[in-house]
Design a protein around this ligand. Structure first.
Ligand code: FAD
Length: 506
């Protein structure tokens, strides 16, 4: 029997230099360099990266902070803007809209949640209770085109919201590359043409470049994008397809000229066979139509996108092909797949980069030594799979509750069978108003509430404790909250003025 080697990893090789590769390079290098482990990265300029204009969720703030990337520097270098959430147009039915804001609804409503108050007020006064969005500071600020950082004081109206960013992913990868190289990461340029596996253990020994060089390592991180050079091509790790729930499989992406100041939110508009994103950057607006080729041709989708832009197209639309799903095992043998090689869920809630971040953070906390204890990979795979599947459920929810029946795409979405985990969450909310939550989810109760209510799912039950509240008081409390949030938003700078204060041009 061979005794497993001991001791720390000597070399980690990251395959791929897109957003995933350079995020992994920065964070891993900072974690392991003191222990003497070298981090290297190989990428091919000729192949390039996905990098369309991108939107994120709030945890990216923590990632940047952890790697020592100052927010103003980041915004400036990536043409970034601030994102308070996503406005969904035409999802429940054409002509409807709702906002999924980051952070929480204003919760200082005594012991009861904003949702409990709002439901009772709605029973009493109908539409006069206002939209549920009107009680979320992020939504109110976004619609007023305002932005400022949150306050630390829970008594402040600016306490409950959170934010993320829109940015040019290509510029972000470039910024991270400069930082990683300055901190000691070695970059190799070249195209990988072969992979060599250890005949006994099946571990990857090295990758061969087109110029004949071999790059060996103890641990390989597959950040090669959809091609999944190591996880799929070399190791044949199984892919679990989500396509029967999420049939979109293509996107046309095109930047257009900005027609006004950048809005501090993403817009996702439901179209006939998918949906369109609008992501404002400082210098342009990113747009894309994510669609299902079973329901619309590529040509028709391209024309639809071009007809639906705010400003003049700045480039030819670019077609991206993808498959929705995830690896069964993200970490197999001595290789961990992170980024598009590990799986992909359509970018409706901007979750890919947060899955990358989660993967990197988890890998650092479960970092193997040369013995590669299998328990580490098992735990990594368990949690990463949960993360993917929960995000999958959250994305399916956007379609599952639609009332649209104007095209085959939407009629099929209305009637589709759901994953049991999602069916249970929907049923529990419908019957009780309670959001089922599991540990450490990316999306917590306010996000699920925003979607349920925004898509028209009003729970049947009211909290019995609300019966003790005077009706007039409930209505008056909500009215005051609504007006105070609206006026608090107006006291903030515009998003453009806030960017200008950071040194960006107004
Ligand atoms: P890639 O960017 O594809 O990088 C792959 C790397 O591998 C490249 O450096 C390439 O050179 C290298 N490589 C490949 N083959 C070889 C080879 N043979 N030899 C050497 N090197 C090789 N995410 C979000 O968080 N928010 C969004 O709004 C968002 N929108 C998206 C919209 C669309 C339509 C798509 C498809 C994705 C979107 N994503 C979004 C996902 C996001 O783009 C990716 O998760 C992110 O860019 C990471 O990609 P990656 O680094 O895994 O792969």
């Amino acid at each position: 029997m061979t005794v497993p080697s001991q001791g720390p990893l000597r070399r980690i090789l990251i395959v791929g230099g897109g957003t995933a590769g350079w995020m992994a390079a920065c964070a891993l290098n900072q974690a392991v360099r003191a222990g003497g482990t070298r981090v290297e990265l190989v990428e091919s300029d000729a192949i390039g990266t996905v990098g369309v204009g991108e939107a994120t969720v709030p945890p990216i703030r923590q990632f940047n902070q952890d790697i020592g990337l100052d927010e103003a520097t980041f915004i400036k270098a990536t043409q970034g803007t601030f994102k308070l959430g996503i406005e969904f147009q035409d999802w429940r039915a054409t002509g409807t809209r709702f906002f999924h804001g980051f952070g929480d609804y204003i919760v200082n409503a005594g012991p009861f949640s904003t949702l409990n108050h709002w439901l009772v007020a709605r029973d009493l006064v109908g539409e006069a209770a206002g939209d549920f969005d009107a009680y979320h500071m992020a939504a109110v600020m976004a619609r007023a085109g305002r932005f400022a950082a949150p306050d630390n004081d829970p008594r402040s109206p600016y306490y409950y919201f959170n934010y993320a960013f829109h940015f040019d992913a290509g510029l972000y990868a470039r910024l991270l590359r400069t930082k990683a190289e300055a901190e000691g990461v070695t970059r190799h340029e070249g195209r990988i043409v072969a992979t060599d596996l250890h005949p006994e253990t099946g571990h990857i020994r090295s990758v061969r470049l087109d110029d004949g060089r071999d790059l060996s390592a103890d641990l390989f991180i597959d950040c090669s994008g959809f091609i999944a050079l190591l996880a799929d091509k070399a190791l044949g790790e199984r892919f679990i397809d989500y396509g029967h729930w999420l049939p979109v499989d293509r996107a046309w992406a095109v930047p257009c000229a900005s027609v006004g100041p950048p809005s501090p939110y993403t817009r996702a508009t439901a179209l006939e066979a998918g949906w369109q994103w609008r992501i404002p950057l400082q210098h342009r607006t990113g747009n894309g139509y994510v669609f299902s080729t079973a329901h619309v041709t590529e040509d028709a989708a391209r024309a639809r996108l071009l007809a639906n832009l705010d400003g003049q197209a700045l480039d030819e639309p670019r077609l991206l092909r993808f498959r929705t799903g995830r690896r069964e095992r993200f970490w197999a043998r001595n290789c961990v797949a992170i980024g598009l090689s590990s799986g992909f869920v359509e970018p409706l809630e901007s979750t890919s980069i947060s899955l990358i971040q989660g993967g990197i953070t988890r890998l650092i906390s479960l970092l193997p030594d040369l013995s590669f204890n299998p328990g580490l990979a098992a735990e990594y795979n368990r949690v990463q799979a949960l993360e993917f599947d929960r995000i999958r459920d959250f994305i399916i929810l956007h379609y599952a509750l639609t009332q649209r029946d104007d095209t085959a795409f939407w009629r099929e979405r209305r009637g589709m069978a759901l994953p049991d985990t999602l069916a249970y969450r929907i049923e529990t909310f419908r019957e009780t108003g309670h959001v089922v939550l599991l540990n450490e989810e990316t999306f917590v109760a306010p996000s699920w509430q925003a979607l349920f209510i925004g898509l028209g799912l009003i729970p049947k039950r009211r909290d019995p404790l609300m019966a003790a509240q005077r009706r007039e008081e409930i209505i008056e409390t909500l009215r005051l909250r609504r007006t105070s949030l609206a006026s608090a938003a107006q006291r903030l700078p515009t998003h453009a003025a806030f960017l200008a204060r950071l040194g960006m041009t107004e």
